[in-house]
Write a protein that binds this ligand. Structure first.
Ligand code: ADP
Ligand code: F6P
Length: 320
């Protein structure tokens, strides 16, 4: 019997997910597997939405953002009835291995399936780069470049009007996007859930840089720490500055993946198939110290990917 692999994308979509799907499908078929694409993440597992993929079915997708398999946040999968149905569907479709492309929540789902005897692998995919066990998640680089491009445009108008510009970026529970984009664009202040700045300090910094001759300032705010509009009203209540706010929102999740994301996605997708071939299953494909490795779920969950606060300090010094 030919062994069957199913692949799905789950949670927030991220640029590069298509390259990961393509890698799983093509390398899987190359090694003699049948590969099925599941529509809409765990929701599709419950619904039995499995489609046989071919080399050609993943042609012309590598350059596009989003995910051709669609994605979902499935509440049903978290219920015992939904989970039981998902297990039944995997059995009915004779699926031997499930490859999940997603973030922490998706990995929790894959780990749960593994404990019920379904061999799984997880490929890290979320723009937030906040996943336990890995230093990189597919989509982060593209999102950073999108933020950088947007801030550079906002900078032109902020500089012309001599304004303070507040840019709110994604990152519900982690500030990786705000920190790295802040460093990349030279933001005067960066607000992160991991290192919140009090409003007095922000106002003081703005005042000092204005006195040193800075005619405009950029403040990056991670959505997980505060709303950009709230920070703006607090600053305008305490200083002469009248900040203008941009909430970047979903623009950060779309767009053509960067070379970095497609390279990582292609390598990680291929690594997931290699793991199945060597029976190195029930693991997260991760980037650690520049190497693509596999990490057991339990170990991955224990090692949270924290912000490097020395980068935060460096960004603060460089933007004075
Ligand atoms: P991400 O994978 O990007 O962290 P979510 O947290 O929304 O995104 O998780 C994606 C999906 O994974 C959820 O909609 C749900 O179906 C499943 N999931 C999340 N947490 C768990 C859990 N603890 N147990 C089982 N499934 C989960
Ligand atoms: O993909 C990650 C993320 O973009 C978070 O930063 C954000 O808070 C969340 O997903 C929003 O996603 P949705 O509105 O689709 O649930």
């Amino acid at each position: 019997m030919v062994k069957r692999i199913a692949v799905l994308t789950s949670g927030g979509d991220a640029p590069g997910m298509n390259a990961a799907i393509r890698a799983v499908v093509r390398k899987g078929i190359y090694h003699g597997f049948e590969v099925f694409g599941v529509q809409r993440g765990y929701e599709g597992v419950i619904q039995g939405a499995f489609n046989l993929m071919s080399f050609q079915s993943v042609g012309g997708i590598i350059q596009h953002g989003g995910t051709v398999l669609k994605t979902a946040r499935s509440e049903a999968f978290k219920t015992s009835d939904g989970f039981a149905l998902a297990l039944q569907q995997l059995k009915n479709h004779f699926i031997d291995y499930l490859i999940v492309i997603g973030g922490d929540g998706s990995m929790a789902g894959a780990a749960k399936l593994a404990t019920e005897g379904v061999p799984t692998m997880v490929i890290p995919g979320t723009i937030d780069n906040d996943m336990a066990g890995t230093e990189y998640t597919i989509g982060f680089d593209t999102a950073l470049n999108t933020v950088l491009e947007a801030v550079n445009k906002i900078r032109d108008t902020a500089a012309s009007h001599e304004r303070v510009a507040i840019v709110e970026v994604m990152g519900r529970s982690a500030g990786h996007i705000a920190l790295m984009a802040g460093l990349a664009c030279g933001a005067e202040a960066i607000l992160l859930p991991e290192q919140p700045l009090d409003i007095e300090t922000i106002c003081e910094r703005l005042g000092k840089s204005y006195k040193r001759g800075k005619q405009y300032s950029i403040i990056l705010v991670a959505e997980g720490v505060a709303k950009g509009y709230d920070i703006a009203s607090q600053i305008s209540a305490k200083t002469q500055f009248q900040p203008h706010v941009t909430v970047l929102g979903y623009i950060q999740r779309g767009g053509n993946p960067t070379a970095m994301d497609n390279i990582m996605a292609s390598r990680m997708g291929a690594a997931a198939i290699d793991s199945i071939l060597t029976d190195d299953i029930n693991k997260l494909v991760a980037l650690r110290q520049g190497q693509i490795v596999t990490v057991p779920y339990e170990e991955a969950f224990k090692s949270k990917h924290k912000i490097d606060l020395s980068i935060y300090d460096t960004a603060g010094i460089l933007s004075r």
